[in-house]
Design a protein around this ligand. Structure first.
Ligand SMILES: [Zn+2]
Ligand SMILES: [Zn+2]
Length: 321
């Protein structure tokens, strides 16, 4: 099969590899679509993984099922999750399932930017039937699941006021997810006028100095993080949604955190429940996916897809092998 191997940031090449073999507990899927993600092109964040076949937002069609696998059949179309927690360890029981050792050790083989992907036994139970949902739409399951998880971690409730900082794909998904959970007051900070206008069309309002209950910061810029903290009402929560580079201080005043009882939290990835909730929201049409997925590429153009994600040409690009 052909795979798109990213050898260095900005450098992806097509390679021929043996088709994945389906072990007794495995499932093999033909990749129908796989979206690019900001994290695939985020400097230091992706560099530590390379070389790798990237792509963690795939949907696929089952082409082989191991003899020990039940409940999955050849021909099923599924949303595919890239990691699975154990559900039993201390981390999982405390709600940090994406920090579970098993979550971190599971992976797609080789990754979504390939013709086929092997789903290892721990991940098979996380396959979610599309039930007729378009496979391209289904690629949004994972990023939307990440947004839902972050809003849960920040304690966002109906009736709250939310500030979303950064109106790229993640910011827009936060706007849609917040509306879906009954949050009417959604403010946005975005320096790019086109992106701001789009976020406004999605129902967000440009932020002035209104106090908010939750600030969801979809950028790693320390200045933006610090000023988002300033927007919090007493008792509010700041959620870091983009990976800040190691060694960079947040620049948040400690006295402000103490005296206003602010919570500073973060959210990494999505768990199985988040994936299911996200797929249900996509089925309900809660996200304007057709506006989110701005570009489509063949597998041979995966490098171009990643470049379009990196330079902001694409809000989200989808690779269709
Ligand atoms: Zn992602
Ligand atoms: Zn666990």
């Amino acid at each position: 099969m052909r795979v798109a191997l990213t050898v260095a940031p900005g450098e992806t090449r097509i390679e021929e590899r043996p088709d994945p073999e389906c072990g007794p507990g495995d499932v093999v899927c033909r990749v129908l679509a796989c979206a690019t993600c900001g994290s695939d092109v985020h400097g230091f964040y992706v560099a530590r993984k390379l070389p790798a076949v990237l792509g963690h937002e795939p949907s696929g069609e089952v082409v082989a099922v191991g003899r020990e696998v039940a409940g999955v059949a050849v021909g099923d179309r599924v949303a595919i999750h890239h990691h699975a927690p154990c559900g039993e360890c201390r981390r999982c029981l405390h709600g940090h399932e994406t920090l579970c050792d098993r979550f971190r050790s599971t992976a797609l083989d080789p990754g979504g930017f390939a013709e086929y992907v092997r789903i290892e036994p721990d991940l098979v139970g996380e396959l979610l039937p599309l039930d007729g949902l378009d496979p391209v739409t289904a690629t949004v399951t994972e990023p939307l699941g990440c947004a839902l998880r972050a809003q849960d971690r920040a304690g966002l409730r109906p009736g709250d006021a939310l500030l979303v900082v950064g109106a790229g794909t993640s910011g827009l998904l936060h706007v849609a997810a917040a509306h879906a959970r009954g949050v009417e007051a959604v403010w946005v900070r975005e320096p790019d006028p086109t992106r701001l206008t789009r976020a406004e069309a999605w129902g967000a309002t440009a932020h002035g100095n209104e106090p908010v209950d939750v600030a969801m910061v979809c950028t790693a810029d320390p200045g933006a993080i610090a000023s988002a903290a300033d927007a919090l009402a007493p008792g509010g929560a700041l959620c870091l949604y983009a990976p800040t580079a190691p060694g960079v201080p947040l620049g948040i005043d400690g006295w402000t955190v103490f005296s206003r009882e602010l919570r500073v939290t973060a959210s990494w990835s999505a768990g199985p429940g988040d994936m299911r909730a996200a797929l249900a929201l996509l089925r309900r049409g809660a996200v304007r996916v057709e506006e989110l997925i701005t570009h489509r590429f063949g597998l041979g153009e995966t490098g171009a897809a990643l470049a379009a994600q990196h330079d902001g040409t694409a809000l989200k690009a989808v690779v269709i092998p």
